[in-house]
Design a protein around this ligand. Structure first.
Ligand code: GLY
Length: 416
């Protein structure tokens, strides 16, 4: 098979790394890959999705795999569909489950899927009436995509009001023309990533990411500073998650979600049971990095089964133990990450410590790979206690501006 992977983060590097191991693959193509993994395939340059789809048709590409949310919301899959090229990812219509918080909330309410209470606001005159319906803290969310920055937990009514006004005044452009105000929920979070073929929802093992910048879950939100899988669940939590999966499968079928792709449920385990915080219509970043290292099945085979509506009889195999991932970012991330600084000794740390590095914010400068800001790379390993080697690799990594959390770990046995 000829396969095209779209996206340039560590998540897409992990997808490309795993797909490259498939005996089904004859040639890999990449769009928007970063310089850290572009050598895994042939890079296709393009201006518009329609041009990329035309190039894919000419090359005889059999499958498109989309990593990030923006191209999904902006219709990349619709362009490929016009040329009968199968894709992993929804068209614009179902990308809305991630692209509009209000759409997602309505979908959940219409289908009796447990989630926090919510109201929407699109005019400042509605703010007081809406806030009267909620206790504090309360969650304020921009309706559209805001690069992970459109969610604010307000601890006072004044903070909530100021935030809603800022959002409606255009803080995130079109994305914050409408606001979702939502009940604040407390509990441990679980990322449940499932494959969907239009009829069957096939869950992967539960994962967890670390969204805060600083140790102890302090500081600002980020794109994700680390992740691990599997998450140990109590028996009753696992039962609830199974019930939830059945409910979501029925809902997607009922609403005729006719696409092959990924449905990521952001779950929270509250004292009143599991609830859905959000949907993403793609793999999570950084959860995908440990998840795909932990996967013992052929990822491309799973995608092919999804594209052919054949997930019904598929079992996914997983490695033993656990897989952990620590993200190395540039100092100053997420507000003003330092750019530059060469990354010297990746081959050495991979060989000596058995870790796998997936690249994100990097670029080639002559013969050097240099950091390009933001999240720079992910260091991952599978094993019974991979923490030690991952952190040794992070310490030994020769990159001057490195920043990483020191407390990414799976506290085995803690929850069970
Ligand atoms: N790790 C959260 C996300 O991918 O949105």
């Amino acid at each position: 098979m000829k396969v095209l992977i779209y996206g340039g983060g560590a998540r897409e590097h992990a997808i490309a790394w795993k797909v490259s191991q498939s005996p089904l693959l004859t040639k890999l193509y990449l769009a928007k890959a970063n310089d850290g993994f572009s050598s895994l395939g042939e890079v296709i340059e393009f201006n518009r999705f329609v041009d990329l789809a035309n190039s894919a048709k000419q090359e005889g590409i059999d499958l498109l795999i989309v990593g990030p949310e923006d191209p999904l919301v902006n219709g990349i899959v619709d362009e490929f569909k016009k040329l009968d090229i199968p894709a992993i990812g929804p068209g614009k219509d179902w990308a809305m489950l991630e692209g509009s918080k209000a759409f997602a909330k309505k979908f959940m309410k219409d289908n009796d899927i447990p989630t926090g209470e919510y109201l929407t606001i699109s005019d400042k005159s509605e703010i007081d009436d809406v806030l009267n319906q909620f206790g504090m803290p309360v969650v304020v969310k921009a309706d559209g995509l805001a690069a992970g920055k459109g969610v604010f937990i307000a601890s006072s009514r004044d903070d909530a009001k100021i935030t809603i006004e800022e959002f409606l005044d255009g803080k995130f452009g079109e994305a914050s023309e409408s606001i979702v105000v939502e009940e604040f929920l407390e509990g441990d979070e679980v990322s449940l990533i499932s494959l969907w073929d239009g009829e069957t929802l096939l869950p992967m093992i539960p994962a967890r990411d670390y969204k805060k910048l600083l140790d102890g879950d302090q500081g600002p939100n980020t794109g994700g500073m680390g992740a691990y899988c599997p998450v140990e669940l109590k028996k009753e939590e696992q039962t609830e998650i199974n019930e939830y999966i059945n409910k979501l499968e029925v809902a997607l079928k009922r609403e005729k979600a006719d696409f092959a792709g990924v449905v990521y449920s952001g779950l929270i385990l509250t004292k009143d049971g599991i609830k859905v915080l959000e949907y993403n219509m793609r793999f999570g970043d950084p959860e995908t990095q440990p998840l795909l290292m932990h996967l013992d099945s052929d990822l491309l085979m799973l995608f092919v089964k999804a594209a052919k509506k054949q997930l019904k009889d598929v079992n996914i195999n997983w490695k033993n133990d656990m897989t952990l991932c620590v993200v190395v970012a540039a100092d100053g991330y997420p507000f003003s990450p330092k750019k530059g600084g060469s990354i010297e000794n990746i081959q050495k740390i991979q060989a000596e410590l058995g870790v796998q590095v997936f690249y994100a914010g990097v670029k080639q400068d002559g013969s050097n790979l240099i950091a390009n800001g933001g999240r720079v790379l992910s260091i991952c390993k599978n094993g019974s206690y991979p923490h030690q080697d991952i952190y040794k690799a992070a310490e030994e990594l020769e990159y001057i501006h490195k920043y990483y959390r020191k407390d990414i770990e799976n506290k085995v046995g803690e929850r069970v």
